[in-house]
Design a protein around this ligand. Sequence first.
Ligand code: PLP
Length: 393
Amino acid sequence: MINKKLTQLPQSATIGLADRVRRLMASGKEIINLTTGDPNFPTPKPIVRAAYEAIKAGQTHYADSRGLPELRRALAEKILTRNGAEYSLEDEIFVACGGVHALYCGLQAILNVGDEVLVCDPAWMTYANMINVLRAVPIRVPARPENNFLPTLADWNKSLSARTVALIINSPANPTGAVIQKDYLNKLNRLARENHLWVVSDEVYEDIIYDRREHICFASLQRAKDHTLLINSFSKTYAMTGWRVGYLAAPKQVIDNALKASQNSVTNIPPFIQKAAVVALKDSEVKRSTRQMIQEYAKRRRMVIRLWKRDRETPLRLFEPQGAFYFFIDFRNLGLSSFQIAERLLDEVGVALVPGAAFGKQGEGFLRMTIAAAPQDIERGFKKILGWSKKFL
Ligand code: PLP
């Protein structure tokens, strides 16, 4: 016998596409790859130095499975001062192997077989996959473009059943760039309270936000903390995707369970990585580097918007992302599926994007383009896309 849930889990269609991109690149064809969710910046130097020093100092053994107290203290301070929520470093914070692992342990901590979890459509594909792996049931809630890619309150309500135990939000959002405003979050909080739901709030893009918008941490809302699982990561803000460090902040009962999930799988996060994470949170040179990275994303975002506005003929529509580092481009006027468009863009102009249907049914007709790639690639790639789109006029 074999695990049927995993066998049945569809292998992501985007992996097939990514394989094709790699094959084409290996064969010498020039491909502009605008698919990645990985910052094209190096990890700031003080962070790298701190890891190196920690390794030299022998921080290379098993460590506290909740995370080093020093890092949990720095996180508690950060969540208090930056996010406006107070968590105890003793039993409400857990250091995980990236945001993915924080999410996995958090969901494992709250879900039982057959429980339903509300997930926006479109959304990062890992949510629904993970819920399935845990033998619970993802219920997709339409987040339509005309509503700024957010479900209406009526849509959330319609998706509830006696089995619903949680809902997941992600602001700023991958793939749409939507940032959720405070009044909407308050309404969602009321809905969660009235229906005794957990709110899993994925805030990994909290720092990548444009036009002076404000990121609101869900746990900072009134009477929200006791039913919130705050998921965050060092990956995006600090260009630390390969380091695999993130965290979960949640009520003690959730952390207690999440810890068991982690102790029985990864044991602990490497201590030298955690030492570097403390420096990421505290160092002033790192703060300068992250500010520069965010300014650079904002510059690239403006460039894409400018190129699109200047082109008066393209049938493509652009939604300006309010946060994160993706454009979710509207190709619906072309009358093709997002996978067909992704294949044709690859074959005909050598540009790789992620098909929107990979993020859910509502993503059909859209494709995700990253701005976490080199600016010259973004410019050349987007110009090619605009030129190609005119075949359909
Ligand atoms: N959440 C969202 C919305 C993401 O896009 C990602 C990565 O792409 C993650 C969480 C997890 O990132 P990591 O596991 O690198 O922290």
